[in-house]
Design a protein around this ligand. Structure first.
Ligand SMILES: *Cc1c(COP(=O)(O)O)cnc(C)c1O
Length: 229
């Protein structure tokens, strides 16, 4: 059996089992295939197996893949975004998960082509207040969310976090629980968020347990990466 096909079955089984175990509605956690550093052929294999959501971290790798893949793929940008690189994201992607600055939000809003629907965005939150991690501190998220909701070419969908990797379930759950609490608070304040982008290959069970709606899975689908990140 093709190894990507095999890994896809395994990941889908893990998601299904976690949804059952943690009493999540079946199918409430979507699978986002993180294809950074992967060759086009691997993306095509997953596409043929029905995968439609793909995520990339590096623009120079992503743009040729976007040009080659079928047009019904939904592309997510999940890498750090500098203000001089916003235009290709605004023009070529459907989602951005790493928004953390108003300046970037304003540029994307200006650059999003009129004939396309608004760009879906998630605010990246530094949920464990880790000085080495990007993302907004939790207490600053509501203010940026308010600003984003005034920008017509962006649609604020939710929150994203990339916590420190842990091996055990209990510590894995802590930052995800904090992110889910912040998400619930924002929705109580009237924001209409529907996306919690959290969970990767090693901690997807913890993320499903805490309410993830979008799992970003790389090595679990494509195998170990040749170089880090
Ligand atoms: C690489 C990456 C992932 C996927 O990580 P895996 O451990 O390979 O599943 C998820 N999110 C972000 C932001 C990434 O950079």
């Amino acid at each position: 059996m093709n190894t990507i096909a095999h890994r896809l079955v395994q990941i889908q089984a893990r998601i299904k089992l976690a949804e059952q175990r943690y009493l999540r509605p079946p199918g409430s956690t979507q699978l986002l295939a993180v294809s950074k550093t992967c060759p086009l052929a691997d993306l095509q294999t997953l596409y043929k197996l029905g995968q439609r959501h793909f995520a990339e971290n590096y623009l120079q790798d992503a743009l040729p893949k976007i040009a080659e893949m079928p047009t019904d793929v939904c592309w997510h940008f999940i890498g750090p975004l500098q203000s001089n690189k916003t235009r290709p994201v605004a023009e070529n992607f459907h989602w951005l998960h790493t928004l953390e600055r108003l300046k970037i939000a304003r540029r994307l809003n200006q650059q999003r082509p009129a004939e396309q629907p608004p760009l879906n965005v998630c605010i990246q939150v530094n949920i464990s207040a880790d000085p080495n991690k990007s993302g907004l501190p939790p207490e600053a998220v509501a203010e940026l969310a308010k600003e984003i909701s005034t920008l017509p070419r962006l649609r604020l969908r939710g929150l994203m976090a990339l916590p420190q990797q842990q091996t055990e379930l209990a510590p894995q759950r802590i930052p995800f629980q904090k992110l889910a609490e912040l998400y619930a608070q924002l929705n109580q304040r009237g924001f209409e968020l529907d996306t919690l982008s959290m969970g990767m290959s090693n901690d997807l069970e913890a993320a499903v347990a805490e309410g993830s709606t979008l799992l970003r899975i790389g090595s679990g689908l494509f195998g170990p990466r040749k170089y880090p990140q």
